[in-house]
Design a binder for this molecule. Structure first.
Ligand code: SAM
Length: 278
């Protein structure tokens, strides 16, 4: 019996419901409830919190969130997991809502229904970066969520928190650094998952900045796409990817045209985006 609730052990749940992990759905399950509790707690105090969870799977992290006192809205694409999640919902009446669907197509702000909410997820690796980019690039800011506590491959986590000048600095680092304060919380070894992935994972915690630099988000995406699309080239070359002569923009932004994208500060990208949008 687990330490955090009276539900059956996850191994038994997985066997009983035939939840063999599917690679195409990025399924690497966490069965250690001490670890899932640690991830849940990394999002902050749980009592009374509303949590949106992407990909609950058999429900290890979901159970930790509920045991900590949260209300959970979970989106799962794999219908095979729904009976296992229904058992958890029955153990926590009125506190777990499961939505069967593709998180890439969900209107998250509408889901949370205007209540303060946070996102906590052991993300499927194949869609994790797309989901994060979507959450970081909404037009409305501050966003509908209070924080994001997410598990990624370590290499992606490093890109999210990367400062300018570092090797991992790129589009993700600019977007995350512009709008949030992001930090790595702890690593999780491959052996913690069933089946074990090839790489180490890392939990990242992101808190939206109340007042990020003013910057047109769609243009910031275009500018960073062009600049980092050819990161070894000088910006006078890479920014031609914007479909126009970039020199007037670079000059107006007061930047050195021989500089490379990885050495520009987030504020430099914001200035370029403002000028490109004008
Ligand atoms: N939360 C569980 C855990 O920690 O053991 C499972 C995590 S597993 C890495 C990712 C989960 O996301 C799987 O349950 C998978 O079915 C689900 N998933 C994959 N793609 C999805 C999508 N587009 N929308 C919603 N869920 C998805």
């Amino acid at each position: 019996m687990s330490a955090i609730d009276d539900l059956p052990p996850l191994r038994e749940v997985i066997a009983r419901h035939g939840l063999m992990a599917k690679k195409a759905l990025g399924q690497n399950f966490l069965l250690d409830l001490n670890l899932t509790s640690r991830i849940a707690r990394a999002s902050g105090p749980l009592e009374g919190a509303t949590v949106v969870e992407v990909g609950p799977g058999p429900g290890g992290l979901t159970r930790a969130l509920l045991a900590g006192g949260a209300r959970v809205i979970a989106i799962e694409r794999d219908a095979r997991c729904l009976p296992a999640l229904a058992e958890i919902a029955a153990a926590y009446p009125g506190r777990l809502e499961v939505i069967e669907g593709d998180a890439l197509k969900v209107d998250f702000a509408a889901l949370a229904g205007g209540a303060p909410a946070r996102i906590v997820a052991n993300l499927p690796y194949n869609v994790g970066t797309s989901l994060l980019t979507g959450w970081l690039t909404g037009e409305a800011w501050p966003p509908w969520y209070q924080s994001l506590t997410l598990m990624f491959q370590k290499e992606v986590a490093q890109r999210i928190v990367a400062p300018p000048g570092s090797e991992a600095y790129g589009r993700l680092g600019v977007l995350a650094g512009w709008r949030t304060s992001a930090k790595m919380v702890f690593d999780v070894a491959p052996s913690a998952f069933v089946p074990p992935p090839k790489i180490t994972s890392t939990v990242v915690h992101l808190v939206p900045r109340a007042e990020p630099l003013a910057c047109p988000v769609k243009w910031l995406e275009r500018v960073t796409l062009a600049a980092f699309g050819q990161r070894r080239k000088m910006i006078r070359q890479s920014l031609k990817g914007l479909g126009r002569d970039p020199m007037p923009l670079i000059e107006a932004a007061g930047l050195d045209p021989t500089e490379r994208a990885e050495n520009l500060a987030i504020a430099d990208f914001c200035r370029l985006a403002e000028l490109a949008a004008a």
